[in-house]
Design a protein around this ligand. Sequence first.
Ligand SMILES: CC(C)(COP(=O)(O)OP(=O)(O)OC[C@H]1O[C@@H](n2cnc3c(N)ncnc32)[C@H](O)[C@@H]1OP(=O)(O)O)[C@@H](O)C(=O)NCCC(=O)NCCS
Length: 157
Amino acid sequence: MSGTVSGVQSVVVRHPVAADEANWRRLWAGYNDFYNADVPDEVTSYTWRRVLDPASDVFGLVAEVDGQLAGMALCVAHEGTWSLSKLCYLEDLFVDPSVRGAGVARAIMDHLVALCEANGWSDLYWHTRDTNAAARRLYDSYVKVDDHVRYRMELNR
Ligand SMILES: CC(C)(COP(=O)(O)OP(=O)(O)OC[C@H]1O[C@@H](n2cnc3c(N)ncnc32)[C@H](O)[C@@H]1OP(=O)(O)O)[C@@H](O)C(=O)NCCC(=O)NCCS
């Protein structure tokens, strides 16, 4: 999927390929910094391997802005108990600070919605911090926030 958005000449959203590794790692590192997360390199490598592995339920999207990798999303398509088809969880979304506000995240989200529809997946869902105003404005433009809260036990980390 490609298009023209304000401030940049072109945005192309596509699946990552092996040659994207260095640029994807740069974006991933920026995303980890945003969350003050210290993800071990072996986890990053495992995530990247799964992104490239068609047999994995983990998949990615990247956005090229004027030919440079400037955005990425990571998702997991998984079975559910409430439907016959899979659901898609959007786990990570990041856009390089140098091109923010130009519609890159929206281009990734639009592509992802179209991909879910094309695959016949029943739901696309995600969560973000209550205080993440930029992300929430983007997300609020897709769907109304629901009333679920998150519980999470950290085990075997
Ligand atoms: C959130 C993030 C992905 C948005 O990326 P982006 O490419 O700048 O977003 P877009 O330009 O596509 O903007 C889409 C919408 O988001 C909102 N938005 C984007 N930046 C915003 C900001 N700084 N303040 C308020 N709203 C903002 C706007 O509503 C915008 O809608 P519009 O196009 O109608 O103006 C980016 O800021 C980012 O990577 N942040 C750090 C990581 C993060 O928060 N990830 C998401 C949560 S996991």
